[in-house]
Design a protein around this ligand. Sequence first.
Ligand code: PEP
Length: 248
Amino acid sequence: MRKPMLAGNWKMNKTRDEAIQFELAVADKLPKSVDCVVCAPAIILRDLVKRAPEGLKIGAQNMHEKESGAFTGEISPVMLKDVGVEYVIIGHSERRTYYNETDQKVNEKIKKALEFGLKPIVCVGETLEEREGNKTEAVLETQVTKALEGVEISNTEDVIIAYEPIWAIGTGKNADQNTAEEACSYIRGIVEKVQSKKVADEIRILYGGSVKVNNIKDYMQMPNVDGGLVGGASLKADDFVELCNKAI
Ligand code: PEP
């Protein structure tokens, strides 16, 4: 049985006070049967970890692949571990697009995250052009294979893959449940090929891309979708609570 996960990606939103208000508002309202996570801006992570209500886990949105060094402005896995963060998003399409995050970098980051006891939420997904050119499977194959190359997954709960078609992120044009299922099932097949059947059966695969309170249930009905990675709709406490409670 794979435990469902609902992970919010706040992106570059919320001040410290707004984030603390969010935590107060969701306290005692989150289901125990779902891993409920918010991935917040780095500067407020320590405050969120300190005040996190029961059932709310905290994640970062990115990390550098090195432990320390001359990388001005970057945040290392050691620092994330030090503030008590549990999860870290790796390879979000916005990082791939705007910050030149390559498959190679994604692979290095996953390995480093695991080395420091952080759980990576690894994002993969195709552009609209790639989908229309029937390249979705090839893109997913490359991204997943390269991401997991040489990665030792000893605990399958520690690595999460998020299928996030780029054309669905922040556009309001969500992939329908069958499209999401098809891609997540395909990704599970790649994981079986590059890791093992056990890892493929146990690893959680989320769908992300314009998930809202009114469509999360559609995805949760699909056998290969284990939850959602949610941007915009995770910002309001009430919506986040509803999303988590519907992700069962
Ligand atoms: C995301 O940022 O990962 C995302 C899926 O955003 P949205 O839910 O706003 O489409």
